[in-house]
Design a protein around this ligand. Structure first.
Ligand SMILES: NC(=O)C1=CN([C@@H]2O[C@H](COP(=O)(O)OP(=O)(O)OC[C@H]3O[C@@H](n4cnc5c(N)ncnc54)[C@H](OP(=O)(O)O)[C@@H]3O)[C@@H](O)[C@H]2O)C=CC1
Ligand SMILES: N[C@@H](CCO)C(=O)O
Length: 428
């Protein structure tokens, strides 16, 4: 008879409560699947007396998460507090230093301190797992580290922040501007405590950096992600993009190129009829491309109590089974420093500008694009009551640096009002 695996859970919010529920409700199932009983031994949060909708009276309470991680009756430390530093990191380090396995959903901590934590984990023979840190309930970390281990991964793309996808799809369906839909998302409780993590693309950038490290065998490089949030996406752009057959998504792309690794998280046009284009509301999608397997598409809930706890429990179950996999899929010492190859890939662009309606104005814009070697694929000018004509241009693929150069020239023609809006179109 094996001994039970005793969990110490720090953080009893949305995800922590979900984990407690699964352990309580699916004890027999988990034991049958892993060959070992899994039970909660001790818990920690900031406020002891809060009603969390689950009975915690059977578990030892610790005020201090570090003390919880060190307890003799805790075999596995489950970190569900959040925050890249502070108690989450301190308690994780304390557990790993004692050789205890750690499971966390903390994308910020793994994206920023992942390499150091992986080295600490491996030095102490302690598993460190973080399936829930990326795309909630979608098992994309396991897919990369296990199911696709025989592939050279060439590209990862996807929608990894449900809040942004909710805001963008809701803007389109309601016709409401960004500021209004942001308020709705806030009222619905979708936003992180610091909303810039969501709408600034930072949360999704953390997730992309984690997947990218596993996929390309490089050290996690969040600083190398080119980040642009959704705050400046206008309802006009959403409607105009739709007219041209696209939808705007906060899209993450990580590629292995000859020059190095390219990582970006930015509002991007995707074909409206593609799986990514059809992704509604708070759902996430992760697309992985490997040399042997081709393309894999995974879609599901990227957040919430059940989906995120489901991912946490997948890691707990692996540890109960005795499965050991290096945190990033290969020993931390073999992960290479990420060579950044940002803006290496050519792509087509959507440009929206407000043009003075006078002879030769369009020709001046086309000349500036041509001067930078950019060829126009499609162009449309909309009806307009006054002297300013709304114009949309879709270009053929070009280097991002050429587009930057062209936009400076276009702005300098004197026939464009304000700054042109330029968004990338996803490359097939
Ligand atoms: N919510 C989601 O859908 C997802 C969350 N995640 C990640 O999971 C983790 C947990 O998220 P979530 O459950 O939503 O967060 P919540 O804010 O709902 O809960 C956080 C919990 O941590 C406790 N806590 C916070 N600071 C401390 C501290 N200094 N000492 C002790 N306890 C502390 C809080 O205590 P108290 O309750 O007393 O305030 C609370 O119980 C985060 O890393 C998050 O990024 C990942 C994917 C999806
Ligand atoms: N804020 C995140 C939560 C899940 O990581 C999102 O909206 O996707």
């Amino acid at each position: 008879m094996t001994t039970p695996l005793r969990l110490g859970i720090a953080g009893l919010g949305t995800v922590g409560v979900g984990v407690v529920k699964i352990v309580e409700e699916h004890g027999a199932l988990l034991s049958a699947r892993t060959g070992r009983a899994i039970e909660v031994s001790a818990v920690s949060a900031r406020t002891r007396d809060r009603d969390r909708g689950v009975d915690l009276s059977g578990y030892t309470w610790e005020d201090d998460p570090v003390a919880l991680a060190k307890r003799d009756d805790v075999d596995l430390f489950v970190e569900l507090m959040g925050g890249s530093d502070g108690p989450a990191k301190a308690a994780t380090e304390a557990a790993l230093a004692l050789g205890k396995p750690v499971v966390t959903a903390n994308k910020a901590m793994i994206a920023i301190h992942g390499q150091a934590l992986a080295e600490l984990a491996e030095a102490n023979d302690a598993p460190l797992r973080f399936e829930a840190a990326v795309a909630g309930g979608i098992p994309c970390v396991k897919a990369l580290t296990e199911g696709l281990a025989g592939n050279v991964i060439t590209r990862i793309s996807g929608v990894m922040n449900g809040t942004c996808n909710y805001i963008l799809t809701r803007m389109e369906s309601s016709g409401l501007p960004y500021a209004e839909v942001f308020k709705e998302a806030d009222a619905l409780g979708y936003l992180e405590a610091d909303p810039t993590l969501d709408v600034g693309g930072i949360d999704a950038g953390h997730k992309l950096a984690i997947l990218s490290a596993i996929a390309f065998g490089s050290r996690v490089d969040f600083e190398g992600v080119q980040l642009q949030g959704i705050e400046r996406v206008s309802i006009d752009d959403i409607h105009r993009a739709r007219d041209m057959g696209y939808r705007i998504k906060l899209l993450g792309e990580a590629r292995r190129t000859e020059a190095g690794i390219e990582q970006s998280m930015r509002p991007t046009l995707v074909p409206a009829d593609s799986p990514l284009g059809q992704l509604e509301g708070g759902t996430n999608m992760v697309v992985i491309e490997g040399d042997a397997v081709g393309q894999i598409v995974m879609r599901g809930a990227g957040a919430g109590e059940g989906p995120t706890a489901s991912a946490v429990m997948a890691d707990v179950a692996d540890i109960a089974r005795g499965l050991t996999i290096a945190p990033f899929g290969q020993p931390a010492a073999t992960l290479t420093p990420a060579i950044r190859a940002n803006a290496a890939t050519q792509c087509a662009w959507y440009i929206r500008l407000s043009l003075r309606d006078e002879p030769g104005a369009m020709a001046k814009v086309a000349t500036e694009l041509g001067r930078s070697g950019i060829s126009i694929d499609r162009m449309r000018q909309y009806d307009h009551p006054g002297d300013d004509a709304p114009v949309l241009i879709v270009t053929h693929p070009c280097a991002p640096a050429d587009m930057t150069h062209a936009l400076t020239g276009v702005t300098g023609t004197g026939v464009v009002n304000g700054e042109p809006v330029a968004l990338q179109i996803q490359t097939p």
